[in-house]
Design a binder for this molecule. Structure first.
Ligand code: URA
Length: 265
């Protein structure tokens, strides 16, 4: 029987391996990654939030069916001209993933590759994000939905302006009502600040479980920032464990993600 400390160390090594794989700095090849089975009990307050299917504030919004509603909304986003970001975009990037996910990941804005492909987080930061999610049994194919604060690429990858973020926020709220996630993970300062309506830095915002639109909310660093600064790996790993704690019991009962699936791939 392994101690909790041993299990955590094992997980940490998995994440470091995955980071090495992405950074191309000596990944140790095809070593099979075995995730230990950890079922963590969620605090009572989180249980209540997780058992909700629709954020209370959105119940009146009329979500509609996930599939059809999502497609119609995506079409609307693709033809949006509400702010000047539409002028320079190749295409808008509505979002990607499954309806009813355990986690809705919210990033900042599409980058160059996303703008070209019309999908969120498909560049190096996205591949790295996928590794983080995979380490705790999550993937956009099975139990995650990914969206951004703004749906069109800001020129030169600058931060979206407050006006651009405000213009796009109704789309994110409508996505929330259609997608119906169980929890929210904001990646990066821009996402965390816009969702929590604060100017606090990401170093202070990250790692604290809060709520957004009635759902359990967690923020962490942006994968691009972690690719640039390896010192951020450890706090991100801690945040992934916190996220795992939040969704752990739900993952088991929903059959969409459990400790076993974390070892897949
Ligand atoms: N960074 C983001 O915040 N979102 C993306 O979709 C891609 C990169």
């Amino acid at each position: 029987m392994k101690t909790m400390r041993e299990l955590c160390t094992e997980y940490q090594n998995i994440v470091l391996d995955l980071e090495d794989a992405v950074a191309g700095t000596g990944f140790r090849g095809k070593r099979e990654i075995q995730a230990p089975r950890i079922i963590l009990q969620k605090p009572a307050a989180d249980q209540a939030a997780l058992s909700r299917t629709v954020p209370p504030v959105l119940e009146e919004a009329g979500g509609g069916g996930a599939g059809g509603g999502m497609e119609a909304l995506a079409a609307e986003i693709r033809s949006c001209r509400l702010c000047r970001l539409c002028e320079k975009r190749t295409q808008a990037v509505p979002g990607a993933g499954v309806p009813g996910p355990l986690v809705m990941v919210i990033g900042e804005a599409p980058g160059e590759e996303e703008d070209l492909r019309g999908e969120p987080f498909v560049g190096p930061a996205g591949k790295y994000l996928d590794k983080w999610l995979q380490a705790i049994g999550l993937s956009r194919e099975r139990n995650v939905y990914i969206a951004n604060i703004v749906k069109c690429r800001p020129p030169g990858n600058r931060d979206p302006s407050p006006e651009e973020a405000d213009a796009c926020m109704p789309y994110l709220l409508r996505q929330l009502s259609v997608v119906r996630p169980k929890s929210i993970l904001a990646v990066g300062r821009v996402a965390a600040q816009n969702l929590q309506k604060t100017s606090e830095g990401i170093g202070r915002l990250r790692g604290r479980v809060g709520t957004w639109q009635g759902l359990p909310f967690l923020a962490t660093f942006h994968p691009s920032a972690v690719l640039r600064d390896p010192l951020l790996r450890r706090p991100v790993w801690e945040d992934m464990q916190t996220l795992r704690d939040l969704i752990g019991g739900t993952a088991g009962t929903a059959g969409t993600a459990d400790a076993d699936t974390a070892s897949a791939g």
